[in-house]
Design a protein around this ligand. Structure first.
Ligand code: VGL
Ligand code: ZN
Length: 219
């Protein structure tokens, strides 16, 4: 279903789920790993969520001392890249530590009807951008099975960050056989060394639909 999609076909139904990626304080301005304008998308996400019967939230949820933190690597700085057993890994400022205010969802998020909160990144040695697989690309989170068992086959992604957790989630959704739509206006990116443009190119190549008209969902 790559390419342009008629707004009428976008209206969410019983096979549609909205996946809200990592709308947490640490990814919003003032947070430890702030994404530019990360908080600006909250009202739009609330409006979009209102059109969906089925909403899933993901929550980045790291133990203290997580290996993706630059602070766990003496001599390294945030945004350096290092080799992990599973390949290159970007190092981040300490963020979304389990139980902290930074790991909490943005207070303006109005998604009380969300049916699942999927936590990820809780294994000390493995980061997890994707909502489906950890960064070793082998350890599943269980989300694909959950969605399949519930007959939720068309997934719409919003949240943070476009070029990391949103991108990895949408690409894995396609690999797992789901339809995947990213609502561009309802995401914001980190953009490290061109990563945002690369993310859109990779998503396009994988058949992820970029939806620019978020209003089409609620129409
Ligand atoms: C994220 C970097 C580290 C994200 C999470 O939500 O995109 N990025 N942890
Ligand atoms: Zn993280």
């Amino acid at each position: 279903m790559a390419g342009s999609v008629k707004p009428a076909s976008m209206k969410p139904g019983e096979r549609d789920a909205l996946i809200v990626i990592d709308m947490q304080n640490d990814f919003c301005p003032g947070g430890a790993l702030a994404v530019g304008e990360g908080d600006r998308i909250v009202p739009l996400i609330n409006r979009i969520a209102g059109a969906f019967a089925h909403v899933v939230l993901t929550q980045d949820w790291h133990p203290p001392g997580h290996r993706s933190f630059a602070s766990a690597h003496p001599g390294r700085k945030p945004f350096d890249t290092v080799e992990f057993p599973y390949g290159p890994q970007t190092l981040w400022p300490d963020h979304c530590v389990q139980g902290t205010a930074g790991a909490a969802f943005h207070a303006g998020l109005e998604v009380g009807h969300a049916e699942l909160v999927l936590r990820k990144g809780y294994r000390t040695g493995i980061d997890s951008y994707s909502a489906f697989f950890e960064n070793d690309r082998q350890t599943p989170t269980g989300l694909a099975g959950y969605l399949r068992e519930r007959g939720l086959t068309r997934l719409h992604f919003v949240g943070l960050a476009t070029d990391f957790c949103v991108q990895y989630s949408a690409l894995d959704a396609r690999r797992a056989g789901f339809d995947a739509i990213v609502v561009a206006e309802a995401c914001r990116g980190i953009d490290l060394g061109g990563s945002l443009a690369q993310a859109w190119a990779a998503m396009n190549a994988a058949g992820v639909v970029r939806l620019d008209d978020a209003a089409a969902l609620a129409a």
